[in-house]
Design a protein around this ligand. Sequence first.
Ligand code: GLA
Ligand code: ZN
Length: 649
Amino acid sequence: MYLGVDYYPEHWPAEMLEEDIQGIKELGANIVRIGEFAWHLMEPNEGVFDFSFFDHVISKLKERGLSVMFGTPTATFPAWLAKKHPAILSKDENGQTRVFGGRRQYCFNSDVYRRYSARITQKLVEHYRNETAIVAWQIDNEFGHEGSDMCYCEQCHVKFQQFLKNKYKTIEALNEAYGTIFWGQTYNDFSEIPLPKKTITTHNPSLQLDWARFRSHSVNSFAHEMTNIVRRYKGDHQLVTTNVSGGFFEKWFDHEENVKYMDVVSYDNYPVWGGLMEPIPPAAIAMAHDFNRGLLGKHYWIVEELMGAQGHNIIGYLPRPNQAKMWSYQAFAHGCTHMLYFRWRGMNRGAEQFCYGIVDHSNRRGRKYKEVQSFFADIAKYESLVQTDIQADIAVLYDYDNIWSWRFQPQSEGFDFTNELLRLYTPFYEWNAHMDVIPVTRDFSNYKVLLVPALQIIDEALGKRFEQFVAQGGTILFSFRTGLKDKQNNIHFKKVLPGYVNDIAGVEIHEVESLAAARRMKLIGEGAFAGKTSECSVWRDLLTPVTAEVLYRYGDEFYPEAAVTKNKYGKGTVYYIGCGIANAALRDIASEVLAAGGIWHIQSDEGVEVYKRGKGSEQYLFVMNHTGEIKRFQTIELQPYDSKIIKIS
Ligand code: GLA
Ligand code: ZN
């Protein structure tokens, strides 16, 4: 098991190296991650390559038995490169060039940038291909983060037009697909197609979705090019990875595609960052782990785990004693197998002065150091446990085309895709059931339950896959706006909603209403849910049951239509959740689904997460108290932010 820290030896006086290595050793670490922003150190002038600094560092780390993860440095290019080739710099929506000074200001479509990136990556990897201490290569750093996946420069414009030409072949085909007859936007030639920058009102939805796909192609073709270079020049003993950042559903690139040629996924886990006054909800942290595990369908690394409060110009919440440690247990519960903390020591100069590390600027070892030390000592005992497979009967499905479609047209001021995914995920999380968060294109036939949040793009083929799944006995929970659109981002014509799933859902939708963010509408239970009430926000589909039974109805004098329905189809069941329903109501539905499917789950108090792991007769529970209060789980008392690994058989 690799346990370690992100270390930037170039930030500190050379004479501190041995002392730092000693401190890192005493922490219980066996790996450090280095190098990912050090292009200038390796190529101080064009074509002059010098790896002597890292040769020395690596030899010292190696002497003390530490392994190394090395990052290729393309997220921060040298100033000489920007000066010589200003066209490598990306542009924002207003056409403003992102000047040298921050990071990741490069345009993924700059051929010049790709040439220089390919060269430094090759030189670096070739130089260290036989270095036994280097066990993994990290490509670039947090692709697309901080808005860097968007660029509106001239290079992107030309390549976008080319991308569309490759896709549609003729301009007539594009005109037809987009419906450019609307507002007289018909194009005579691909060279007339604009970048969807700001304009009066809004762009064509098909154009916008293609633009998002083009952004994804831009990021991923760069990532694939760099990955191929690393694969070609690396040693056989070296793995290839990249670090996925948080906010992955807000990115303009498909993450599964991004990592597809990597050996392993790595994730940067920051449950609280910047000015947040409190951490994101425990379910959201858990979902991020399940998402990362889902990218390659296997265990993953965390290469940046938070310990001190962090942010650039604004910082917020300081994790309470043992809270960051508890997040580390949670990560291992959900399938992380190797972990590195960001960062060894906070830097007193440069843009990240307020990214506190395990050690602070004072260079004293304090609470955080002891917390990490005790965590490493404990988790190391569970090496074989954390390697066991995670079996989930429930899959949560997402699709980047669908996410982007929503992003351009949220339809409700209260709509946020991540929130809608969490709306379905959270009640099952609260029952401590295992879930995989996976792309909709993945084979889902072996799951028992599918949670399908706000999937407005469903074509005929996908509709058939859902139909077969249910016919064979599966259960699906759809939420609102399901099946509205085709892959062109156009609304299905001559189709009653929910489009290609209306048979299996057993409902028809003839009218809808946006409830924005603040509007609440009452829900009244019926049948098995009689006597219950709830409420909804964000959106409501007015459901007309055809074969479905009604579970909740809108408490509205004009449109008291069904809000939540349940339908039997073939051997399976489909729930249609037509609105942004409150959590408590979904908890009941989750409990019914879990019981009907015979899916493992366990009761725990609010704020206490339980995750079952093990193999055969050796079963354990990871128990995490996400609250600042004393809690109980069965007979066990949990201190604030306590974590325990309990053997149950
Ligand atoms: C990200 C980056 C790091 C650093 C941290 C700060 O995750 O990968 O380089 O900026 O955030 O918290
Ligand atoms: Zn560009």
